[in-house]
Design a protein around this ligand. Structure first.
Ligand SMILES: [Zn+2]
Length: 64
């Protein structure tokens, strides 16, 4: 079972590799709409999956 972050509601991964492994196994066949990136959550300190590129998160998200 994968623990869930209380702040973001996302799955928590201990490492970026674990997150990417999960991403590949679950979303490999999806074209778009699934998460592609990983980032470290500032709240819980775990790795989460996201659709938003990491550089956008840092700059303050501005969806376009
Ligand atoms: Zn978190």
């Amino acid at each position: 079972m994968t623990p869930i972050c209380p702040t973001s509601g996302k799955q928590q991964f201990a490492t970026t590799k674990a997150a990417k492994d999960s991403l590949l196994s679950k979303h490999n066949r999806r074209k778009h709409g699934g998460p592609k990136y990983t980032y470290r959550c500032p709240d819980c300190g775990s790795i989460h999956l996201t659709r938003v590129p990491p550089e956008r998160i840092r700059r303050g998200r501005r969806a376009s």
